[in-house]
Design a protein around this ligand. Structure first.
Ligand code: AP5
Length: 216
């Protein structure tokens, strides 16, 4: 199954994507995580990407395309992937469609997670990540176990003014993909992401199950 998770920064794509990956046995392909890895490793790609990420701007499409192509060529992605944070604009959506077609695949479903803007700002400023496992937590809504508390880090782009700019970029560039996928006829589901994590997860699994049972 190839599944796209759409949603504003902080809507819960990474959180839901990790749970779905465990549940469905297909890898989460998060371009933001791949870019942060490259930044941590200090690669030329990482150094270039960091300028855009810290400013809350999108990294150029050609950088992203190369990363995703490479990820899809790995054996664990042979049966599908959960795309988190990708595609981000119409050009990326077109190139993803072409890449999957080359593999004899296509997008099976798109899930758009909706959360009000003020809740998002509050989520992002409380977000903490475990650098060893990549797990994402929240200081209030999703606290980390005591044994990992000491190593949690905060993302550089989670400062409030950067978050607000990322939301603006989302509204102008990424949100139109909801209409793009609706027009393309791919099953598209909108879920209310402003509920406890388990409830959001339950609804997504139910919707995907309904899609699967509707397929011939
Ligand atoms: P990226 O890493 O993709 O960030 P994003 O899309 O802005 O999304 P986030 O990771 O911030 O949020 P999320 O929706 O995954 O929420 P999460 O689950 O963490 O991109 C970062 C940057 O990289 C971009 O700005 C850009 O520069 C670049 N980039 C990445 N991909 C790109 C692409 N394709 N093209 C170009 N540039 C690209 O949850 C957030 C917090 O809320 C957590 O603390 C979590 O614990 C908590 N939470 C989650 N769900 C709930 C809930 N239901 N209730 C309460 N709290 C919750």
């Amino acid at each position: 199954m190839d599944l796209i998770l759409l949603g504003a920064p902080g809507a819960g794509k990474g959180t839901q994507g990790a749970l779905l990956a465990e549940r469905l046995g297909i890898p989460k392909t998060a371009t933001g995580d791949m870019l942060r890895d490259a930044v941590r490793q200090g690669t030329p790609l990482g150094r270039e990407a960091k300028r855009y990420m810290d400013a809350g701007e999108l990294v150029p499409d050609e950088v992203i395309l190369g990363m995703v192509r490479e990820r899809l060529s790995q054996p664990d992605a042979a049966a599908g992937a959960i795309f988190d944070g990708y595609p981000r604009n119409a050009a990326q959506a077109e190139s993803l469609g072409r890449m999957l077609a080359e593999l004899g695949r296509s997008i099976d479903a798109v899930v758009s997670i909706d959360v009000a803007e003020e809740a998002i700002v509050q989520r992002m400023t409380g977000r903490r990540t475990d650098p060893e496992t990549g797990r994402v937590y929240h200081v209030v809504h999703n606290p980390a176990p005591a044994e990992v508390q000491g190593r949690l880090v905060q993302r550089d782009d989670d400062r409030e003014e950067t978050v607000r700019h990322r939301l603006e970029v989302y509204r102008t560039t990424t949100e139109p993909l909801v209409a793009y996928y609706r027009a393309s006829g791919v099953p598209l589901h909108t879920v209310d992401g402003d509920r406890p994590i388990e409830q959001v997860q339950g609804e997504i699994l139910e919707l995907l199950g309904n899609d699967a049972s509707a397929r011939p």
